[in-house]
Design a protein around this ligand. Structure first.
Ligand code: FES
Length: 104
């Protein structure tokens, strides 16, 4: 059974934006992709850039703010370097206007 942690209110992260959120001490990037919420590891695998501070550059892609690596927000796949590794993704749930993430 997943352990859901509240990380944000829906209205805090409008469609096409992302934010750095804290899930029980784990920093994650929370992305609103056209109304769908996706959670990824907060640190870029290239040099630790804060992915949640990046721009949503296509419907399901986020760009690292440090050197421009791009990741697919549903799968964590690295679409563009310099990063070479994917990032972890986490299950999300919206309930009562609140976004929850299962950080484990
Ligand atoms: S830290 Fe993300 S691209 Fe370099």
């Amino acid at each position: 059974m997943l352990d859901w942690v509240e990380v944000a209110k829906v209205e805090e992260i409008p469609p096409g934006t992302a934010a750095v959120v804290d899930a029980d001490g784990i920093e994650l990037a929370l992305v609103n992709a056209g109304g769908e919420f996706h959670a990824l590891a907060g640190e870029c695998p290239h040099a630790g850039g804060p992915l949640g501070d990046g721009d949503v550059v296509a419907e399901y892609s986020i760009e690292c703010p440090l050197h421009g690596s791009v990741f697919e927000v549903r799968t964590g796949e690295c679409l563009k370097g310099p990063a070479e590794e994917p990032v972890m993704t986490y299950d999300t749930l919206v309930e009562g206007g609140v976004v929850k993430v299962a950080p484990e």
